[in-house]
Ligand binder design. Structure first.
Ligand code: FUC
Length: 749
């Protein structure tokens, strides 16, 4: 077990600084715990509480204008093509739905003695519990908050050794945006409401209070009042009409079941459930032991130039914690803020931006041994699929499954915003469906592949109808954008819409290849496989431009923003596999040049952009570069509670950087596993256990003085491949269920 087991602080979160609070989550219900002494604020989320219902927003005029837009682009009339796209392709209306806060549980403590000392607020990563403890007037007070997946509740335990007990009142509030609040029986309060008018999402939230024999409980108005308890508990649950027609009954049943179970059972069941996922991976990076310092002070020290490898290990562990807490089978996928959202109109609606951000959220899922946490993304793809087939037909007269650069709870696939640099981009479903293939490559789960093949095939099918052949005989996407970059036009103005770009070709090459392989593995759709194989051979290849970097567009164009945060033309380097130093050294060199140019002009200024850069450098085997950019992420894009700061808070950077740390240590292709490919000098000694490689291997490694000292491989499936370390290649064959250690590899090959 890693030594780094907690985020901890010496003071409460500032009441108005939400990103100082600490998160708990069970996939569906989330809470941010502030940890005040006389007041506690527990900000709540339920992942299906969004701002309104589904509407078909497909622009009916798209179909009649798409060829005109293509023709304008062909003629070089970018301005008119963009203008017409704004009218004819934009969603009607322009916006999808927004994720929202559920509200707060506000607690006001009564008669808390003065003289507070020994305050500590922590998030324990061994148990997934946020604790607040302090001494008041000589007595100990403690609060534990957990979000239990098995029990479906947020449970709070209050204790004190003060013989008079503790007393507080609590209420559920959503400011002006709830409908009713009040009592529900003798010991519970509720809050309900409807979001977004008659077609919106209605919800109930219920909090029940329980106390030991000394304590009294009553409900007055909307207040739950507990007096003189040595031990008290609150169980909170919520349900929305997205999944249930009887939201109050669902809340009542869940809360009653939790109360009958009791806190001790809830606690044990919770820890078991969490540890089953969490304990699969441990990372330890040796360095000066700084665990006696609060996490915010450690972060501050890193900002002032002191290395703290242990903080990196803690960040990594926290990243896995966040994914376990916000993405569990049956929940919605991790949105822009995972699960934790304090607003009614959050930044970018806290929904799913699928031109990098949602994908990045799932980069750690497979390599970091949390394959089940990937499920909500696949479940959501099935929500998007029927919408996306309608969007394909209604907007483009095409078969298959299309999505643009955003989606929401309803799986909406019509364009979002009127932001030309992003909106009219048809690659969202294509990129997301590559996650199906990634999951298969790690798990070799043929049943999964068969069950999700329809998504993969329909994502390809869209392009069978949508791609156009240019004068060079290449199949291109038109109109398109290279998210979200802009180029200079000959007339001095800027353009964004274009005919084809590097990222389109790179995504499609991988999507078609994945679908062809899936057809082969499943022994089906052979005709379709050969259709897309032919198309794949006509996709524009990734090219090197006159500046020595990867060309972002199909023709040479000058970037209007050379330090742009998106590095879409490096998709093939990461998360794609079309560029690697081993198989395409010239393109890898060009990718290095692209990165250097972007960075020289200020690239990497958002958290997720920096996290992407760390992954690029890991793939390129540049450990010291990856290290220095991770350091930049800590120094410039990390909040006191270790949430990623876009700014503002956006969770993709946490997940992107967590994946990058893993890839620095173990990275894999379908038949090769690279050990310590990007080990930085600063991580002199350490160990990692439980990282996954494609083909079903689980890898444990230790190193000292920058050199591998031990490696163990466990095969979840019959494995035949090559282990690569420091330029040396060792073939291994390992039967399913067997383990081999470094020294034995030669025996098996
Ligand atoms: C894309 C990015 C922004 C932000 C938003 C949610 O549009 O370009 O930086 O991350 O998504």
């Amino acid at each position: 077990m890693s030594k780094e087991s907690a985020l901890w602080y010496k003071s409460p979160a500032h009441p108005s600084k939400w990103s100082e609070a600490l998160p708990v989550g069970n996939g569906r219900l989330g809470a941010m715990v502030f940890g005040g002494v006389n007041t506690e604020r527990i900000q709540l989320n339920e992942d299906t509480l969004w701002s309104g219902g589904y509407r078909n927003r497909n622009n009916p005029d798209a179909k009649g204008n798409i060829d005109k837009i293509r023709e304008l682009l062909k003629q070089g009339n970018v301005h008119d093509a963009e203008q017409l796209s704004r009218y004819a392709l934009a969603g009607t209306p322009e916006y999808q739905r927004a994720y929202q806060t559920l509200g707060d549980l506000q607690i006001l403590f009564h008669d808390m003695p003065g003289d507070i000392c020994d305050y500590r607020r922590s998030l324990c990563l061994d148990t997934a519990i946020v604790s607040v403890e302090f001494n008041a007037g000589g007595y100990l007070y403690k609060r534990d908050v957990l979000a239990s997946a098995p029990a479906g509740v947020i449970a709070i335990k209050f204790t004190t050794n003060n013989p008079s007990g503790l007393s507080f009142d609590a209420r559920l509030t959503r400011g002006r945006y709830s409908n009713c609040t009040g009592s529900h029986g003798k010991n519970a309060i509720f809050m309900n409401g409807v979001n977004g008018g008659h077609d919106g999402i209605s919800f109930h939230c219920l909090a029940s209070g329980h106390a030991d024999a000394d304590g009294d409980i009553e409900v007055v108005g909307e207040y739950l009042i507990i007096r003189n308890a040595r031990e008290a508990y609150i169980y909170i649950t919520a349900a929305t009409s997205f999944k249930h027609s009887n939201t109050l009954d669902v809340c009542s049943e869940t809360n009653n079941a939790a109360a009958n179970k009791g806190y001790t059972s809830i606690l044990h069941e919770h820890i078991q459930d969490y540890q089953a996922l969490e304990s699969r991976v441990t990372l330890s990076l040796e360095g000066e032991n700084t665990t006696h310092l609060p996490t915010d002070e450690r972060l501050q020290k890193v900002k002032s130039g002191t290395a703290d490898p242990g903080l990196t290990a803690l960040y990594f562990r926290f990243g896995r914690y966040l994914l376990i807490s916000c993405s569990r089978t049956g929940s919605l996928p991790a949105n822009l803020q995972g699960l934790w959202c304090n607003d009614f109109l959050p930044p970018w609606d806290s929904k799913y931006t699928i031109n990098i951000n949602t994908q990045m959220n799932y980069w750690p899922a497979e390599i970091c041994n949390l394959t089940e946490c990937h499920n909500p993304l696949f479940e959501h793809l099935w929500r998007m699929h029927p919408r996306g087939t309608i969007t394909a037909t209604e907007m483009y007269n095409a078969r298959g499954f299309v999505a643009h650069h955003n989606t929401d709870i309803w799986g909406d696939t019509a364009p979002q915003d009127s932001y030309i640099a992003a909106t009219y981009w048809v690659m969202g479903a294509a990129w997301l469906c590559l996650h199906i293939w990634e999951h298969y490559e790690y798990t070799l789960d043929k049943d999964f592949l068969a069950a999700h093949f329809g998504l993969l095939k329909d994502a390809c099918m869209f392009f069978v109808d949508f791609l156009v052949e240019n004068e060079q005989g290449e199949l291109i996407v038109s109109p398109t954008v290279s998210p979200e970059n802009t180029y200079k036009l000959a007339n001095g103005k800027n353009g964004t819409l274009c005919e084809g770009c590097a990222m389109d070709g790179q995504i499609l090459a991988e999507l078609f290849a994945a679908c062809e392989k899936a057809c082969d593995i499943l022994n089906q759709d052979t005709g379709f496989a050969s259709t897309i194989a032919t198309m794949r051979s006509k996709l524009p290849p990734t090219r090197v431009g006159k500046n020595g970097g990867i060309m972002e567009w199909l023709t040479e164009k000058e970037e209007a923003e050379p330090g742009h945060r998106h590095m879409s033309h490096l998709f093939a380097l990461f998360p794609g596999n079309g560029i690697t130093p081993e198989t395409t050294p010239e393109l890898a060199e060009a990718a290095r040049t692209t990165l250097a140019l972007r960075l020289a002009s200020g690239g990497g200024h958002t958290g997720w952009s920096r996290a992407w850069i760390i992954n690029f450098l890991a793939k390129l085997g540049d450990g010291n570069g990856a290290y220095s950019h991770f350091n930049e992420l800590l120094c410039h894009s990390t909040l006191p509670n270790l949430f990623d700061d876009h700014p503002p808070f956006q969770i993709d950077g946490n997940f992107g950087a967590t994946a990058a740390i893993a890839h620095m240590l173990v990275s894999s292709s379908h038949n090769k596993v690279y050990l310590l490919k990007a080990l930085p000098e600063e991580w002199k000694q350490g160990s990692v256990n439980g990282l996954c490689a494609k083909g079903g291997l689980v890898v444990n490694l230790s190193w000292a003085n920058g050199k591998l000292t031990e490696a163990t491989f466990y095969a979840k499936h019959d494995y035949a491949g090559v282990i690569v370390y420091n330029g040396v290649q060792m073939p291994i064959k390992l039967p399913k269920g067997e383990t081999v250690s470094w020294g034995d590899i030669n025996k098996l090959s």
